[in-house]
Write a protein that binds this ligand. Structure first.
Ligand code: NAG
Ligand code: NAG
Ligand code: NAG
Length: 338
């Protein structure tokens, strides 16, 4: 019964943890500093504050912070989590003096396989790899140059969509799913030169399109499944709920799929195409030890786990609609590890 309740609350928690910034650092190794901890509501042994997290989560946190102030410490299982609900304090955390302290994310067991052992962007601990990924993201992947390079692809997709809608305009057309398809088409085109969404798909991709969609659907299920092992290590150790097994199987499929794409682009791609995988393969030739296939797969995956599929996921899962996502961004979570 109590476990059921925790699981239901964890669903919220996982969403919050994924969509807000998660930062870990080892600070409380020394006892003296522990006395200096921020205020914290009363908690129960082992589970900490987990059972107190009632829906809606943002309201619970607001209620807590009214009582305990803009900086408070919660404990989710073994994870200490700093909850900050003041914009100026958030700024303080992420500007010059403190941002390196907060640059690390917790190495959550649930993220281990999806982030290729914490080597993908957003999960890599602060260090050489982190800096390299940041550099490639800023200069290559999310730069103005790339935006310009993909202009053509975007225009083309929008034209395709308009033509499609025009053809059907004698009757009512449902636009929401079209916009989702459009975003998905633009993303897959810009990254891999392929379209996997919609009704007419390139003959070469007829087989891979449903596979891709299936993989992405499963990915979101896995990512948003409650994962108590993040907070109670014993459960992670025994793979409670079978999440780890499921994730490993999924990542095998992801790797096979992306490897096929990468191999194909190796054969037919050109670095002038504006396609992201082509660009990464060009970088691989310059710096093979940094841009391994695994890093490239991680970068593709990170791009897919962003907005377009999030929207797609919202459409498929009514429960996520209940949450007011921007509120989560105000509640910056910082996890402390024991
Ligand atoms: C927050 O506090 C208000 C007022 O005390 C209460 O009515 C509401 O139920 C609380 N919400 C949660 C989620 O605890
Ligand atoms: C992650 O690291 C472990 C050991 O460090 C290794 O056994 C495993 O194969 C790695 N997994 C991936 C996906 O790289
Ligand atoms: C997405 O691409 C597919 C395949 O070319 C196409 O059939 C579909 O109309 C596109 N959807 C949108 C909204 O552009």
């Amino acid at each position: 019964m109590i476990l059921k309740m925790i699981e239901a609350n964890l669903l919220n928690l996982i969403v919050v943890l994924i969509f807000t910034l998660l930062i870990t650092f080892k600070l409380f190794t020394n006892k003296k500093r522990s006395s200096n901890l921020p205020p914290s509501p009363p908690s129960i042994p082992i589970l900490g504050h987990l059972p107190l997290l009632k829906q809606p989560l943002q309201e619970t946190l607001r209620n807590f912070s009214r009582k305990f102030g803009p900086v408070m410490l919660l404990r989710f299982g073994v994870r200490r989590t700093l909850v900050i609900s003041s914009p100026s304090l958030v700024e303080e955390c992420f500007t010059k003096t403190n941002d390196i302290v907060f640059a690390n994310r917790p190495l959550l067991p649930s993220a281990k396989h999806i982030t290729y052992n914490f080597t993908s962007m957003g999960a890599a601990p602060y260090g050489h790899l982190w800096r390299s990924l940041r550099r490639v993201a800023a200069s290559e992947l999310f730069s103005t140059t790339r935006l310009v390079a993909t202009t053509h692809a975007r225009e083309h997709e929008v034209k395709l969509m308009c033509a499609h809608i025009y053809k059907e305009s004698s009757q009512k057309v449902e636009l929401k799913s079209r916009f989702c398809d459009l975003l998905n088409n633009i993303t897959t085109m810009a990254m891999m030169g392929k379209r996997y969404y919609g009704d007419v798909i390139d003959a070469r991709d007829v087989k891979s399109a449903p596979r891709f969609r299936d993989i992405m659907r499963e990915m979101f299920k896995v990512m948003h499944a409650p994962y108590l092992g993040n907070f109670l290590p014993l459960l992670a150790w025994i793979d409670f709920g079978g999440n780890e097994k499921r994730t490993i199987a999924l990542m095998k499929r992801v790797d096979v799929f992306f490897d096929e794409v990468i191999d194909e682009r190796r054969r037919i791609g050109s670095c002038k195409s504006g396609i992201m995988v082509d660009k990464l393969l060009a970088l691989q030739q310059e710096e093979p030890e940094l841009y391994t296939d695994q890093i490239i797969r991680g970068l593709i995956l990170v791009n897919f786990l962003q907005l377009p599929f999030y929207i797609y996921f919202v459409n498929e899962n009514p429960w996520i609609k209940r949450y007011n996502v921007p509120v989560f961004f105000l509640n910056i979570f910082c996890c402390f590890k024991f």
